[in-house]
Write a protein that binds this ligand. Structure first.
Ligand SMILES: *[C@@H]1O[C@H](CO)[C@@H](O)[C@H](O)[C@H]1NC(C)=O
Ligand SMILES: *[C@@H]1O[C@H](CO)[C@@H](O)[C@H](O)[C@H]1NC(C)=O
Length: 263
């Protein structure tokens, strides 16, 4: 009952915050509350450490995780091998524990970036694990499972929405025979990390934890609509791909305050 009360007051707070952005110092707490990660952590004490221990014996899993460690945020000094505290080790642990916890998902590329952000925000290994569990197990089911059905479905849904709402762009993509997933898969797989500026990504994730995957569609549609005229200048297949890369780099997306207001 106790955590129920906290949960409700967090929801009220979040409603207020979402428009203006959750202040950085409250972000870990709010994410934990609204995603149900806090409740999971409290009802499963010791669980994280036990799956971590088991996972460390799973050499196939550990090898898969280790391969990507050096490629995760190489420009961020906190993720260097000799950093102190060494976030690379934290990242290793969370990914190994998660792969053991959810054997259907195991480890796949993209999860390293998502986990890296969770670690940077929470600065807490166990909380990062439970947030990852909320995200991959409940908020974005089947995005990372072997067939990636959830991911594929959502990409197709976005395609349908673009046809309805921004038909000229859909027509252009059809005309140049560009595979839709080629243009947007990175947006969905990395949840806009390394696609949009980090401040904007965090604002998007505030909504993602609170209201689920529909925010990914809203962001994608906003981007495409905002840059419709620019995209429509594309003359051929590579042009279309380039334009879709360019639109995530404009002034519009760095001014995240404005960007989130048009959502
Ligand atoms: C990662 O980088 C470190 C030092 O830069 C190196 O010693 C290690 O072999 C690398 N690991 C992999 C799996 O590439
Ligand atoms: C594992 O992930 C799959 C796919 O996202 C999800 O459907 C399932 O509920 C998860 N299982 C656990 C134990 O978290």
């Amino acid at each position: 009952m106790y955590s129920e009360t906290i949960h409700c007051s967090a929801i009220v707070l979040v409603k207020r915050y979402i428009r203006k952005g959750i202040p950085d110092e409250h972000r870990p707490h709010v994410w934990m509350m609204v995603s149900g990660a806090q409740a999971q952590m409290e009802t499963n004490p010791g669980y994280y450490h036990s799956v971590l221990l088991e996972g460390q014996k799973n050499t196939k899993l550990v090898d898969a995780v280790v391969t990507d460690l050096n490629r995760t945020f190489p420009d961020n000094v906190k993720f260097r091998k000799n950093a102190s505290p060494c976030l690379q080790l934290t990242l290793h642990n969370v990914l190994v524990a998660y792969g053991q916890h959810n054997k259907t998902v195991g480890y796949c590329q993209g999860m390293n970036f998502i986990t890296g952000i969770l670690i940077l925000v929470t600065k807490d290994e166990e909380k990062a694990f439970w947030l990852l569990d909320a995200l991959l197990g409940r908020i974005l089911p089947d995005y990372y499972s072997p067939e990636m059905m959830g991911l594929k479905t959502d990409q197709e849904v976005l395609g349908v929405l673009v046809k309805m709402k921004i038909p000229a762009v859909a027509e252009l993509i059809d005309r140049h025979d560009v595979m839709w997933t080629l243009l947007v898969s990175r947006w969905f797989i990395c949840l806009f990390i390394d696609v949009l500026p980090i401040e904007t990504v965090l604002r998007i994730w505030d909504c993602l934890f609170y209201e689920g995957s529909k925010i990914l569609f809203r962001v994608a549609l906003t981007l495409i609509k905002q840059y419709q005229a620019y995209i429509l200048e594309a003359k051929n297949f590579p042009d279309v791909c380039d334009k879709f890369k360019d639109i995530t780099k404009g002034k519009f997306v760095t001014e995240c305050h404005l960007f989130m207001q048009v959502q």
